[in-house]
Design a protein around this ligand. Structure first.
Ligand code: ZN
Length: 657
């Protein structure tokens, strides 16, 4: 009926999909290509998905649009003010003669560039004259101090000038340039203004001509530049930028740069990327390196990169990914730990590392078109990234632990202020992640009320996700042309139903968790697709080898990880409370609480306070302490620490009376 033809979701990786993609879709729909995606894989021969232009997606009200409104109205203006107060902008003005000393660590330029990238993506949703003026003003300040050679960095000046490009493991020079380019490309894609882009190209040309196998040796030290180079190649069509990314990723300069194994491990650069077998060292560096390597793969199809990326992704999800989508267990070196080394209270889980995980999995989704990458993105976004910014948009987490005894975790500014503008650019760019074109249709990667108008197809999506699993999509703009609508079925959705114009389609092929459901049909204007995802709260247990979580469960509902916070049970001793295995969850809608959310209630127990004088150690087995039944109230993890420092726990002991 309705001419719907179902095909099972593919189970094997969609490697090396030929470059028909948008061209075919454009042919189907009779439309020209749009410009302005976050990562532009329109011409990438080894990309399965091609994001639609961010300007072609409008987000309607809901979970993320509330966040984005606060980001626009509070976070972006207040962060610019803080940059001014802390001297980040004066670091540039100083080079134009302003009599101030340089302030902050050597990478402050990148914080400003990330903020500018956030502004650029935000402007895609509609003009904001003040923000646009701020961007242009900053551009003038920055471009004014670019040296004739193209070099542009506020730290390596005066007495530091002789050290330029001599301490690449720590210098962040290429990292800062990478962020400059990403801000410039974003602004160019959204507004057409290329003043900053031209400055970035001058600097990139300086670097590309000075370094290389037959020139001076280089490494990124803090990877990031690789991604920017790939994007610069996509913008300009100039192969030299991609080739330079390949040179950096090849890591052939270990000897010429006298790098030690400890340095190449920490920096996740300076040795061949394709020789990597595990994630180790500095978590953000490693994830950015993998992101750049995926960009490089999408352009070259080099099988050695594909093998390495597959191996690293398996390493990530098998051993190193927190349930919140954060990575990087150790404070020391901001680093990955050993397999299963995922401490809760001591988790470092820098906001930037969760963002980098999101960015890498975005590129893996684009490369291979598999839903599992979007699942990781969603886990990071709703939890370990979302926790990074306070609900009022003015305080930020650097660390995102999974257990707390009340430390002050949110601050308005950090001397190393990488995370705040990174969060801001991520939220600003969200519309660009929702939809992508594939070889034969449109994929809906994420669910949020929105409209998409690209490639001759209009999709109007209405949903209260993540609070409600019902998603309605109305298709317009297409006239009886056959194409595939791909809907991502998250791995956690055990029971999913899909109807087209009220008729169930599950009888033909059951939508499989963790795959894209494909609905292929000759779509007509006004067709309505309704997807129902399984939002029942669930207990999640960890691999038994993750000893930290032994005997404990996490509570999840849809994409949200929940936690116990003291404020919701003020009279309980939180760390002596357990969840009871039996019993149902009760959902309580609380529009008044923490920006509006669903509280989950579940039966639990509280262990009686120990008797005075009771010994600390006893011969095993010790008699059990009495317990009393209690009601435990859980809130989404992202919302914790918005009522001041507080006890909090994600992995909760499972006990019983
Ligand atoms: Zn950070």
């Amino acid at each position: 009926m309705f001419g719907t033809v179902w095909r099972p979701a593919v189970s094997e990786p969609q490697y090396n999909i030929p470059m028909r993609t948008i061209a075919i879709l454009a042919l189907i729909c009779g439309q020209a290509l749009a410009a302005g995606p976050i990562v532009d894989t329109a011409k990438s021969p080894h990309a399965a998905f091609h994001p639609v232009a961010i300007t072609s997606v409008k987000m309607g009200s809901g979970f993320w649009e509330d966040r984005r409104k606060i980001n626009l109205e509070r976070s972006l203006p207040s962060m610019l003010q803080l940059f001014e107060q802390n001297g980040w902008i004066d670091n540039f003005r100083r080079l134009s003669g302003k009599a101030v000393s340089r302030r902050g660590p050597l990478y402050t330029d990148s914080d400003v560039y990330k903020w500018m990238e956030a502004v650029a993506w935000q402007l895609a949703a509609g003009d904001v004259p003040q923000l646009r003026a701020d961007f242009d003003r900053l551009t003038d300040i920055i471009v004014a101090v670019q040296e004739p050679s193209g070099y542009l960095n506020t730290y390596y000046q005066e007495d530091q000038k002789p050290k330029r490009f001599t301490e690449m493991v720590r210098s962040h020079e290429l990292y800062c340039l990478g962020h400059l380019l990403q801000a410039a490309i974003a602004y160019y894609r959204v507004t057409g203004n290329r003043k900053l882009l031209d400055a970035g190209i001058r600097y990139a040309d300086y670097v590309v001509s000075r370094f290389g196998v037959d020139e001076e040796p280089a490494m990124t030290g803090h990877p990031e530049f690789e991604m920017a180079l790939a994007e610069l190649y996509r913008v300009t069509g100039q192969r030299k930028y991609l080739d330079f990314a390949g040179y950096l990723l090849s890591g052939v300069e270990t000897q010429r740069l006298h790098l030690t194994p400890a340095q190449t491990k920490y920096a996740f650069s300076g040795s061949p990327f394709t020789g990597r077998t595990i994630f180790e060292g500095h978590a953000v560096r490693a994830m950015y390196a993998a992101s750049g390597a995926t960009d490089y793969y999408m352009e070259t199809g080099d099988p050695a990169y594909q093998d390495t990326l597959d191996r690293l992704w398996q390493d990530l999800v098998s051993y190193r990914l927190y349930i919140t989508g954060g990575v990087g267990s150790r404070a020391s070196g901001e680093a990955f730990g050993e397999p299963y080394e995922l401490p809760n209270a001591q988790a470092y889980t820098e906001s930037c590392a969760a963002i980098a995980t999101f960015m890498w999995n975005w590129r893996m989704l684009l490369a291979f078109g598999e839903s599992k990458y979007a699942d990781v993105m969603e886990r990071s976004l709703y939890n370990g990234i979302n926790s990074g910014m306070s609900l009022d948009g003015t305080l930020y987490c650097y660390r995102n632990p999974l257990e707390s005894t009340g430390e002050k975790i949110r601050n308005e500014f950090y001397d190393t202020d990488c995370c705040p503008p990174n969060l801001e650019r991520t939220f600003a760019a969200l519309p660009g992640y929702l939809y992508a074109a594939s070889s034969d249709g449109i994929a809906v990667n994420f669910y949020h009320t929105s409209t998409m108008d690209a490639h001759g197809v209009k999709i109007s999506q209405t949903t209260e996700y993540p609070w409600n699993g019902r998603v309605e999509l109305r298709i317009d703009g297409t006239t009886n042309k056959e194409w595939n609508l791909r809907l991502r079925i998250p791995a956690w959705s055990s029971q999913t139903s899909i109807t087209v114009n009220g008729q169930p389609v599950a009888s033909q092929i059951h939508p499989q968790p963790g795959r894209f459901a494909e609905i292929r049909r000759a779509w007509k204007a006004g067709d309505i697709v309704v997807l129902n995802l399984d939002m029942r709260p669930r207990f999640t247990s960890a691999n038994p080898l993750l000893r930290e979580d032994m005997g404990r469960v996490a509570v999840e509902r849809g994409p949200l990880v929940y936690c116990l916070e003291q404020g919701d049970q003020p009279s309980l001793r939180l760390f002596e409370s357990s969840l009871t295995q039996t019993g149902e969850f009760k959902e309580e809608r609380r529009p008044d609480l923490l920006g509006g959310l669903i509280v989950l209630h579940h039966a639990g127990t509280e262990t009686a306070a120990p008797l005075k004088g009771a010994s600390l150690y006893q011969t095993f087995p010790s008699p059990p302490l009495p317990k009393r039944p209690i009601d435990l109230a859980l809130i989404p993890y992202y919302a914790w620490a918005n009522r001041g420092p507080s006890n909090m726990e994600v992995w909760i002991p499972l006990g019983g009376l």
